[in-house]
Design a protein around this ligand. Sequence first.
Ligand code: NAD
Length: 306
Amino acid sequence: MKITVVGAGAVGASCAEYIAIKDFASEVVLLDIREGFAEGKAMDLMQTASLNGFDTKITGVTNDYSKTANSDICVITSGIPRKPGMTREELIGINAGIVKSVTSSLIEHSPNTILIVVSNPMDTMTYLTHKSTGLPKNRIIGMGGALDSARFKYRLAEALGAPISDVDGMVIGMHSDTGMIPLTHLATRNSVPVSEFLTSERLEQVKEDTKVGGATLTKLLGTSAWYAPGAAVSSMVQAIACDQKKMFPCSVMLDGEYGLKDLCIGVPVILGRNGIESIVEMKLTDAEKANIKQSAEAIVNVNALL
Ligand SMILES: NC(=O)c1ccc[n+]([C@@H]2O[C@H](COP(=O)([O-])OP(=O)(O)OC[C@H]3O[C@@H](n4cnc5c(N)ncnc54)[C@H](O)[C@@H]3O)[C@@H](O)[C@H]2O)c1
């Protein structure tokens, strides 16, 4: 199992580190445009191997796509992150060009690869990848919901005073501060609906804190977060590489599911060896149906900027 991660910055390096620590891949190639940067990150990570007990070989390359040849999975994290006060959508001007050229170079050397898009605005970058590569739908997956759901579970556990392992919950919709939809009515603590423990006001607060989860960290860190994004991508890579058939909310091209067409938006999917094994259509409340429609409209507006 060979995995390429493009962009050896904060998210790319964190993703490579988690993939290595989980020890399921034979090889990870880190690629960056900045001279020597990926080589340095790869060497530093390899020097953790004896300490962290993994056998995955991590190599770094400066823009040499021949070294990525025959990758089973490629993760795209190249591009600029947001600064405090910025929205993800404001990154489109720079990141669209980067994502388009990176995907074309990756496919040239790994025609059968599965692509995971991380660069923001992620739903639109995933859509762009579909339009520019024409790859089958199952092989292009946007990462956003896995991270947003992890942030939702963190906020739920905080409100409940419970360990995170007790909590289950999912976020669908656009990967943006206003467009994401934490599914509070389906969230549980060990199968018991969280609404039995939390007031509707507290649950509403959890929802709002989840939606601005990225912006809160960007304000604290001065740039966007990397540990949870890296961990989220590595879990998706593992589900595909190990054919786990695990469910994650991911940004995928819809063709009528949820009443939506010709856009990429976060919905639950099963990830396995074929990438997207299936899209799960679940019952939404009327309010959630209205939310996903609104979220889809916002994505279409950003897509129109391409
Ligand atoms: N989808 C999500 O949930 C999520 C979460 C966090 C961050 N992000 C996004 O991921 C992207 C990366 O964030 P980061 O914090 O790692 O940024 P970063 O600046 O730390 O790293 C980005 C790296 O991409 C490299 N790069 C730029 N152009 C390139 C090119 N053409 N080819 C190869 N490499 C190139 C840069 O040299 C840099 O090292 C941003 O767009 C950010 O908004 C998405």
